[in-house]
Design a binder for this molecule. Structure first.
Ligand SMILES: *Cc1c(COP(=O)(O)O)cnc(C)c1O
Length: 355
């Protein structure tokens, strides 16, 4: 609290990202980063960028990146919006579409930035519970609303919704914008991007942070009907003309063009996820089926917080949410095989698991 802050700022509870440790040699399985380096082509693009050009402002439209994305997704230039990470794209989208008379709808358990944005912008929202199997029940989203947002696959559960259900939702909500946050779609899901030319109320948001190994470069994008994209541009151009710097644009374009590397690394992560699910099962964990680069898992007898503390003492960072209903779960990012083996070895050192 401060007497200098605007009253609304005194009421905020900001989002807390997973820890970025200041020391090396921890095994970092807590923020869903990719364990593999970005495409060598992205590295070359950054190395070879003519540094004297940094003297100039970057392209406010990020034209090269929008063109590359349009080509990649077989969409038009005016179907594409880009921003400083998908978090920024999400923040601008909440501002652009969700400040309505009716509450927006979102899952009770999902990416915890969504309700932070609602509070920041004073957007009324209603959180709908997941099923007992941690699934989003889209049938409940057919009530009056000022917009809908969910992640698919969802975070932190990892569960994927079939595209047919999303299409039905779009048909039944043609008066409101439906945002599908696809941060993890490349790890086994079917993207709603194919609905963009069919429905003017769907906005698909993706990121270079997870499947493209570029979390530190901060590049995200939205795909949707030109009317939605124009709404986003209006907000963006009322806030920051240059959210993407010249290096980010160059690196992202190069990464997008390296499809072979992309497929190779995402497949490795998917295979390692299946290995990890089996290994955790053998240690007494229940694992929710995941279509992402993480697993959401709970031990049958040991509390999540105890396991997180134990792993931390062994140099392995995982994410734990102290939230009723999921506080026995750990969210564990899929790293390399060596890292996942180290996780399993560390878990076996927990007395009740190892014996
Ligand atoms: C990681 C993540 C994001 C944010 O990604 P950035 O592009 O790095 O800002 C957005 N949504 C979900 C569900 C995520 O897990």
């Amino acid at each position: 609290m401060s007497k200098y802050w605007s009253p609304a700022i005194n009421q905020l509870t900001p989002y807390v990202p997973g820890e970025q440790p200041k020391v090396d040699n921890l095994i970092k399985l807590n923020t869903n980063e990719n364990p593999y380096p970005p495409s060598p082509r992205a590295a070359d693009a950054l190395n070879n960028y003519p540094k004297d050009r940094l003297r100039l402002y970057c392209d406010p439209e990020a034209t090269a990146l929008k063109n590359a994305l349009a080509e990649h997704f077989e969409l038009d230039y005016n179907n594409i919006f880009v921003g400083n990470g998908s978090d920024e794209v999400l923040a601008l989208a909440f501002m652009a579409f969700f400040r309505q008379d009716k509450p927006i709808l979102l899952p009770e358990t999902t990416y915890s930035f969504y309700d932070v944005y609602c509070k920041l912008y004073d957007i009324e929202y209603r959180q709908l519970p997941l099923t007992g199997q941690f699934e989003i029940n889209l049938e409940e989203y057919q009530q009056a609303n000022g917009g809908i947002i969910f992640a698919n696959p969802n975070a932190p559960t990892g569960r994927l919704l079939p595209l047919e259900q999303i299409e039905t939702l779009l048909q039944k909500n043609n008066g409101s914008v439906v945002i599908v946050d696809e941060a993890y779609i490349d790890f086994g899901g079917h993207s709603a991007v194919e609905l963009v030319n069919k429905y003017d109320n769907v906005l698909v948001i993706q990121t270079f942070s997870k499947s493209r190994s570029l979390a530190g470069l901060r590049v995200g994008y939205a795909l949707g009907h030109p009317e939605l994209i124009e709404g986003l541009e209006r907000v963006k151009n009322s806030f920051n003309s240059y959210p993407l710097d010249s290096l980010a644009i160059a690196g992202a374009v190069a990464a997008l063009q390296d499809d072979e590397y992309f497929r190779e690394t995402t497949n490795k992560i998917i295979e390692c996820r299946e290995w990890t699910v089996k290994a955790l099962g053998q240690l007494g964990f229940d694992v929710i089926p995941s279509a992402t680069n993480f697993v959401f898992t709970c031990h049958r007898t040991i509390a999540g917080a105890d396991l997180m503390a134990h792993l931390r003492s062994q140099g392995v960072l995982v994410r734990h949410f102290s939230k009723p209903g999921i506080d026995n779960f750990l969210r564990i990012t899929i790293g390399t095989y060596d890292e996942m083996q180290a996780l399993i070895d560390a878990l076996k050192l927990y007395p009740a698991i190892g014996e």
